[in-house]
Design a protein around this ligand. Structure first.
Ligand SMILES: [Zn+2]
Length: 63
């Protein structure tokens, strides 16, 4: 018996084998996609923050 809860919507999951829960640890394909989207969103966000520091240095050098 497998018991888990979806990290996205917190739905309780249970099944006899992983075959019963194809989207583990998520309850559905939808929640798996949401998690992937969050992950990709963070990945895009980090380089954008890194670019802020060099641009600040450039503006201080201009005057
Ligand atoms: Zn879910």
């Amino acid at each position: 018996m497998i018991k888990a809860s979806c990290p996205i919507c917190e739905t309780k999951l249970s099944g006899r084998t992983t075959a019963d829960l194809p989207y583990l640890p998520f309850c559905s394909r939808r929640c798996k996609t949401i998690d992937l989207g969050r992950w990709l969103g963070e990945a895009y966000h980090l380089p954008a923050e890194d670019q802020d520091d060099p641009s600040e240095n450039e503006t201080t050098e201009v005057p």
